[in-house]
Design a protein around this ligand. Structure first.
Ligand SMILES: Cc1cc2nc3c(=O)[nH]c(=O)nc-3n(C[C@H](O)[C@H](O)[C@H](O)COP(=O)(O)OP(=O)(O)OC[C@H]3O[C@@H](n4cnc5c(N)ncnc54)[C@H](O)[C@@H]3O)c2cc1C
Length: 470
């Protein structure tokens, strides 16, 4: 097989497409590989379809809660057909447009197949062989389905297949207690499906601050059945599937039933498709591609980015990586990946967002810090909204007032946390510019500013409403 020569090979059309497009705009010879849907996970099976589902769910919750502010209303119909239609109306033309553009580019090899290393700097796909001095591996992750007896025979959905369902099930059991489980649970229950969550961890959203996880658990239990610290040990098929769950502490067995089963447990690296050893590229024990602080693998000129490096798995992280990799591919002075202010949000009910370190991580790093809390209800807008549960928690370094981290749970958490991300990337990273600023009154932003106004030494502070009890 003749080896075709290129300037750059890119595997994956999620954030990998950013790099391929920039290289093409500079006239480089590029080969781009995709073995699934053009546009990757975010567009087709991730962020975008899931948010088109969770927004109407949020509207349902708002209507359900409106009596608290004097509005009696009820949802007459939650129209799943319309939601599905809105989902694909955005996604399909976007995907097809990208695919068309890639196919129309005569100077780019766009290969719809799984790329595999056959030798260092050499990939094979679609019956062809490609060589380049520079390669970008942006191949993502997929659901890791646990080996539960009976699961395969009973049948199940994952985040890769659930967006294709045509009608709402009467009941669904979701295995997992992370952000995917919580977002799908929020959606299905708001649309009238009976939802049972079976989480293995004792906490829901176990990576969040414990007070946040506790509040999410408390509120989620009002609209779903939630089991935590539970392991599904067997699945029995039939028109209704039965999940046999074992309490991980007591060993007690409970059976839960559902028409449909969704596995949202965790993910595994897609790097196994690449045959990395043939390219002499190292992965860690879990199969995530190992990179240095420049996102370069052990093979010079070969970079990996996005979910497949196994760090923070968000589309904004993958986008950020793509800019850094683009720079480092050609720069004399390579830039380091900066992970001090990675934000994320969970679009469940209540919404959760955070940035930076948790309090436990601050303590592990032995940083002296101040902690501040503020409840939504204590700012005028929060009261106007009758928002009795939400709160903001902020962590600041005692030494220099740098923002170390923040967590918000409640309406608009994702928007409210974002200014803190900017502050963490600006100037000296302290919260002082916020303290100097006028804050629009009465807006929820005041709640964030108030949390900084309430900073105190953790030794003397106890957040009464949402203490983890630790
Ligand atoms: C249900 C769900 C909801 C999510 N919600 C959010 C959210 O709200 N916000 C957020 O920031 N993130 C969210 N995410 C995560 C986000 O989707 C990912 O972090 C992001 O898409 C990762 O981008 P990527 O470019 O690394 O990989 P991907 O977008 O997964 O792209 C990799 C592509 O490469 C292909 N591929 C892999 N190996 C090969 C090979 N050898 N040859 C050819 N092709 C290959 C894969 O099939 C895939 O299409 C969500 C994910 C899911 C599943």
């Amino acid at each position: 097989m003749a080896v075709e020569e290129f300037d750059l090979l890119v595997v994956g059309t999620g954030a990998g497409l950013n790099v391929a497009s920039r290289a093409r705009s500079k006239g480089m010879r590029v080969a781009l590989f995709e073995n699934s849907l053009m546009g990757g996970t975010c567009l087709n099976k991730g962020c975008i379809p899931s948010k088109i589902l969770t927004y109407p769910a949020e509207v349902v919750r708002l209507i359900q809660k409106s009596a608290d502010v004097g509005i009696q209303a009820k949802v007459e119909k939650a129209d799943f057909d319309l939601v599905r239609e809105r989902m694909w109306r955005l996604i399909v033309p976007d995907r097809e447009g990208m695919e068309k553009a890639a196919n129309a580019d005569q100077e780019m090899a766009f290969v719809r197949d799984t790329a595999k290393f056959t030798a260092p700097y050499t990939l094979a796909a679609g019956g062809r062989s490609f060589h380049a001095p520079r390669i970008v591996l942006a191949c993502g992750v997929r659901t890791d389905v646990p080996p539960i007896p009976g699961l395969e025979a009973a049948g199940y959905y994952t985040s890769e297949s659930i967006f294709d369902i045509q009608k709402l099930p009467s009941s669904i059991v979701i295995i997992g207690g992370g952000y995917k489980a919580m977002e799908f649970g929020h959606f299905f229950s708001a649309f009238g499906t009976k939802v049972t969550i079976v989480g293995r961890n004792p906490m829901l959203l176990p990576h969040e601050e414990p007070e946040v996880s506790d509040l999410v658990y408390e509120i989620a239990r009002s609209y779903m059945q939630v089991m935590v610290n539970a392991e599904v040990v067997e699945v029995k098929g039939g028109p209704e599937k039965t999940m046999v769950c074992r309490d991980r502490t007591t060993g007690a067995i409970t059976e839960v039933k559902g028409e449909v089963l969704l596995v949202a447990t965790g993910v595994r690296s897609n790097a196994d498709w690449l045959d990395l050893p043939k390219g002499n590229i190292r992965a860690d024990a879990k199969g995530y591609i190992m990179v240095d602080k420049h996102l370069e693998t052990n093979a010079p000129g070969v970079y990996a980015m996005g979910d497949v490096i196994g760090r923070t798995m968000f589309r904004h992280t993958a986008n950020y990586h793509s800019g850094l990799v683009w720079h480092n591919l050609f720069a004399k002075d390579k830039a380091d990946v900066d992970e001090h202010a990675v934000p994320h949000a969970v679009f469940t009910y209540p919404e959760v967002a955070s940035v930076g370190l948790t309090e436990a991580e601050v303590q592990e790093n032995k940083i002296r810090y101040f902690v501040g809390y503020s409840n939504y209800l204590d700012c005028a807008k929060g009261y106007a909204m009758a928002e009795s549960d939400g709160f903001v928690k902020v962590l600041v370094a005692a030494e220099n007032l740098k923002i170390l981290g923040a967590s918000i749970v409640g309406p608009h958490a994702a928007i409210l946390v974002q200014p803190l991300v900017y502050l963490m990337n600006a100037g000296d990273g302290s919260y002082v510019p916020m303290a100097r600023s006028q804050v629009i009154h009465p807006a929820l932003s005041e709640c964030v500013a108030n949390a900084f106004g309430n900073l105190s030494d953790p030794a003397h502070h106890h957040h009464e409403d949402h203490s983890s009890g630790a």
